[in-house]
Design a protein around this ligand. Structure first.
Ligand SMILES: O=C(O)CCC(=O)C(=O)O
Ligand SMILES: [Fe+2]
Length: 300
């Protein structure tokens, strides 16, 4: 007889406030491995985060209780679109910005109530703690992108004008970070078409450059500048670069599964697609932008 299947537990990852301050440490790398495993398998995990103190939690729920007991007409203006019988939610977007939390309380209680305002700020503090965890997890996922390169530029043999060694190009990466020795020569082209020299102002300077993938992701809002390198003088220019790019093996295993889409168009179509998806919510995304070909089988 087949053994009864036991549903596995969602993984638990300990993310202490201390650990979040030490990216690059062995503890960080260990947590990152756990986060990746959890996100690949479950898409979800429990984070135990010691900066959510009991007091903060109590304060957050105290204000939550006050918020839900406000008059319906007051709440109405902030209701989220999805509602089911017995379920409704309030958008408190400003809570992510403590300064803006006041705007929220003014809207909710125009007649004013300092205690309520303070409580909302506590709620904002709890939301801020959540943002720290979200930021760290995003970093753990993204920092697995990476390639380091070391380049050497031989000095021109003839005296005089700087020579163009690396012709104008953009980087295909998401982002690039460079650390150069004392030999200058890096130049970027501004949006308005001018070439400017970028000579690091201190030995501890790094140059951060947007790559084409960042430009595409932001729909062109972020500028990925053409850049080039001209070298003069008698010394070798050395540059260490960190390119944020997907690892090669990820590309081989993962042909594109989804067409590019506009976030807001998806958000607009979402509720009706969800209603049509029956009991399989995972079909909503492929229905909107999936390639017709079947998804490649996961490797075993
Ligand atoms: O030498 C530099 O500072 C930049 C090099 C570069 O742009 C590249 O290798 O893509
Ligand atoms: Fe480059």
């Amino acid at each position: 007889m087949a053994a009864a299947e036991v549903a596995p537990n969602v993984p638990i990852v300990f993310l202490s406030g201390e650990l979040l301050k030490q990216p690059g440490s062995a503890a960080w790398a260990a947590a990152r491995a756990q986060v990746w495993e959890a996100l690949e398998e479950f898409g979800c995990f429990e984070a135990i985060y010691d900066e959510i103190s009991l007091e903060l939690r109590q304060a957050a729920f105290a204000v939550a209780k006050e918020l839900v007991s406000l008059r319906v007409e007051t709440k109405q203006q902030n209701y989220a679109a999805i509602r089911y019988p017995g379920y409704k939610s309030l958008n408190v977007d400003e809570a992510l910005d403590p300064a803006a939390a006041r705007g929220f309380t003014d809207r909710m209680l125009p007649e004013g109530n300092p205690a309520f305002c303070e409580a909302v700020c506590n709620f904002a503090e709890a939301a801020g703690a959540a943002v720290a965890v979200e930021g760290a997890v995003r970093r753990m996922v993204l920092e697995s992108l990476g390639k380091v390169r070391l380049s050497e530029y031989a000095p021109p043999t003839s005296e005089g004008e700087a020579m163009l060694i690396l012709p104008p190009h953009t980087d295909s990466s998401v982002t690039t970070l460079t650390l150069q020795n004392h030999v200058h020569g890096f130049e970027v082209k501004t949006r308005s078409g001018a070439w400017v020299c970028v000579n690091p102002s201190s030995p501890s300077s790094l140059i951060f450059i947007n790559g084409d993938a960042f430009r595409a992701w932001s729909n062109g809002r972020l500028y990925a500048p053409p850049h080039r390198v001209k070298v003069a003088g008698g010394e070798v220019r050395l540059v260490a670069m960190l390119f944020a790019v997907p690892k090669d093996e990820a590309r081989e295993r993962n042909p594109a599964r989804f067409r590019p889409y506009k976030f807001l168009e998806y958000a607009e179509a979402f509720n009706s697609l969800l209603a049509a998806a029956g009991d399989d919510p995972t079909s909503v995304l492929p229905a909107f932008c999936g390639y017709a070909a079947p998804e490649p089988k996961a490797e075993t």
